[in-house]
Structures are given as structure tokens and as C-alpha cells.
Design a binder for this molecule. Structure first.
Ligand SMILES: *[C@@H]1O[C@H](CO)[C@@H](O)[C@H](O)[C@H]1NC(C)=O
Ligand SMILES: *[C@@H]1O[C@H](CO)[C@@H](O)[C@H](O)[C@H]1NC(C)=O
Ligand SMILES: *[C@@H]1O[C@H](CO)[C@@H](O)[C@H](O)[C@H]1NC(C)=O
Ligand SMILES: *[C@@H]1O[C@H](CO)[C@@H](O)[C@H](O)[C@H]1NC(C)=O
Ligand SMILES: *[C@@H]1O[C@H](CO)[C@@H](O)[C@H](O)[C@H]1NC(C)=O
Length: 258
């Protein structure tokens, strides 16, 4: 009987300790603004609305309130980015975009540099309706399908530098009517047909350096009335058509071709 009473008392003390512990824990997880903070997943740091992770798997729990994710060497699996505005996911051997990123509707900036993407498909970014900054540099993309950028009229900066592009479909960037910076440097591009940029007349920065461009005809760049910086250095240009720069704009500085 005495033992039983001691047990009950011990039990009550146990419960009291547990309840006090829980109260302390819940008090600690509340900030002044009422946001409940959560522990960062392994290999990650989590500060305010930014989650950063290195050297781990992609199957991670995203704490509530995170809007920016920065991942380096985060391999495999897929990431549900519902409510994420900025995603940088680099050096992570991504090759299948459809598998890697789920629910991209909120993304405004996306940097997928230094991955293994070789192929994109028609309407690849159709659910990325709010994207305005896309960086696909340093992948191994060797083809752009004709309708790859359908639905991407908000993209203003596009970087495809350091890929393996040889030929790109006529006016493939047409859906991006607000595009102002296009970086196609370090590919194997050979030429651009007349009026290639007809629907991208707001481009201000066009980087075509380090390609294999042999010929640019007089109307290839004619529609780019806002052009402020054009880089054609390190190509195989031997003919620059008379009239290439006869557009209404001031002739841009043309670096000597190699
Ligand atoms: C991630 O791994 C690389 C290579 O092993 C290492 O150099 C780097 O310091 C690691 N980064 C972090 C933040 O642990
Ligand atoms: C885009 O979203 C729709 C509706 O949620 C879905 O059916 C479709 O598979 C998505 N497309 C891609 C390429 O993920
Ligand atoms: C894209 O990423 C590359 C490599 O990190 C960087 O050099 C480049 O400035 C980026 N471009 C844009 C437009 O973000
Ligand atoms: C174009 O891409 C190259 C390679 O990623 C990068 O070094 C350069 O800074 C980019 N230029 C701009 C203006 O983004
Ligand atoms: C560059 O173009 C020339 C002429 O069309 C071709 O002979 C050469 O193989 C090309 N080089 C590369 C690296 O694609």
C-alpha cells in the first residue's frame, strides 16, 4: 500500500514535470510576431524566411513561413515549393525537372545552375506562371523545343550560358515579351535568322559571346530597339552584314571577334 502511494505521488510529479516542460517548450517556440518557429532539417540552417541546405538529400521538410530556399549539393528526391518565391538549387545533379520541382506556381526566381539538365520539353515551364528570373546556366542543354517557354510572359532575365545549344528554334523566346536580359554565351550557336527577336523588342542586354556564330544578317537584330549591350566576342564572325546596325538605336559597342 505504502509502495503504491509512493508510486502515485511519483507519477503525479512525473506528469507535473512533463506539463511544465511542454509549457516551456511551447513558450520558446513562439516569437513576438506569433510565428511558430520550427527546427531546421539536418544539414540546413533556417533564419527568418530563408532555408539553406548543403550536402544532404532533397526530401526535406520545409518549415512554415519559408519563402526563399538555397540548396547546394542537395541530391535526389523532389521538392514541393508551394509558397516558395525564390529557389536556388545548384550543383545537385538535377536532370529531370518535372520530378525535381513540384508546385512551382509561386516561384519568381529560379536558379538551377550547375546541374545535369540535358533536355527540356514543350511547355516545360507552363506552371511557372510567376517566374521573372530563370537561370539554367552550366547545364548540358542541347536542344530547346519550339514551345518550351509557353506561359512564361513574365520572364525578364534568362540565362542559358554554358550549355550545349547548337541551333535554337526561330523566335523561341517570343512568349517572353518583357525579356530584357538574355545570356546565351558559351554555347555552340552558329547563326540567327532575320527577325529572330521580333517579339522581344525590350531586350537591353544580349550576350552571344563564346559561340560559333559565323554570320549575322542585316535584320537579325533589327527589332532590338532598346539594345544597350551586345557582346559578340569570341565567335567566328567573318561577315557582318552591311546595315546590321542601321537601326534607330545608337550602335552598341562591338567587341572584336576572335
Ligand atoms: C559540403 O561538402 C563539400 C564536399 O565534401 C565540402 O567541401 C563543403 O564544405 C560542405 N559544405 C558544408 C556547408 O558542409
Ligand atoms: C501543371 O499543373 C497541372 C495542374 O495542376 C498538372 O496537371 C500538370 O501535370 C502540370 N504540368 C507539369 C509539366 O508539371
Ligand atoms: C546565372 O548563374 C551563373 C552561375 O552561377 C551566374 O554567373 C550568372 O550571373 C547568373 N545569371 C543570372 C541572370 O542570374
Ligand atoms: C552570362 O553568363 C556568364 C556565365 O554564367 C556569366 O559569367 C555572366 O556574368 C553572365 N552575364 C550576365 C550579364 O548575367
Ligand atoms: C563551328 O562552325 C564551323 C563552321 O560551320 C564548323 O566547322 C565547326 O565544327 C564548328 N565548331 C564547333 C565547336 O561547333
Amino acid at each position: 500500500m505504502e509502495n503504491y502511494r509512493r508510486l502515485v505521488i511519483a507519477g503525479n510529479i512525473g506528469w507535473t514535470v512533463l506539463l511544465v516542460f511542454l509549457a516551456v517548450v511551447s513558450a520558446h517556440t513562439r516569437h513576438g510576431d506569433g510565428v511558430v518557429s520550427q527546427r531546421a532539417p539536418l544539414g540546413c540552417t533556417y533564419l527568418k524566411n530563408v532555408l539553406q541546405c548543403y550536402n544532404r538529400s532533397a526530401d526535406l521538410f520545409i518549415p512554415l513561413g519559408v519563402t526563399r530556399i538555397d540548396l547546394e549539393n542537395v541530391l535526389g528526391g523532389s521538392l514541393d515549393v508551394k509558397n516558395i518565391h525564390h529557389l536556388r538549387w545548384v550543383h545537385s545533379k538535377i536532370y529531370d525537372l518535372n520530378k525535381a520541382i513540384v508546385n512551382p506556381q509561386s516561384l519568381r526566381t529560379l536558379d538551377l545552375s550547375f546541374n545535369d539538365i540535358t533536355r527540356l520539353q514543350d511547355s516545360q515551364f507552363q506552371n511557372y506562371t510567376n517566374l521573372n528570373h530563370l537561370n539554367l546556366s552550366n547545364n548540358v542543354i542541347n536542344d530547346l523545343p519550339r514551345d518550351v517557354f509557353i506561359n512564361n510572359q513574365n520572364i525578364r532575365q534568362l540565362c542559358l550560358a554554358h550549355n550545349s545549344l547548337k541551333a535554337i528554334p526561330f523566335q523561341v523566346f517570343a512568349p517572353m515579351e518583357h525579356l530584357y536580359e538574355l545570356n546565351l554565351s558559351h554555347n555552340f550557336l552558329v547563326t540567327f535568322l532575320d527577325h529572330f527577336f521580333k517579339f522581344n523588342k525590350y531586350i537591353e542586354v544580349l550576350l552571344l559571346n563564346n559561340n560559333n556564330i559565323t554570320k549575322i544578317t542585316s535584320n537579325a537584330l533589327a527589332d532590338l530597339t532598346e539594345l544597350k549591350r551586345l557582346d559578340l566576342s569570341f565567335n567566328s564572325l567573318n561577315i557582318v552584314s552591311k546595315g546590321l546596325f542601321d537601326s534607330p538605336y545608337e550602335p552598341p559597342v562591338l567587341k572584336p571577334s576572335q
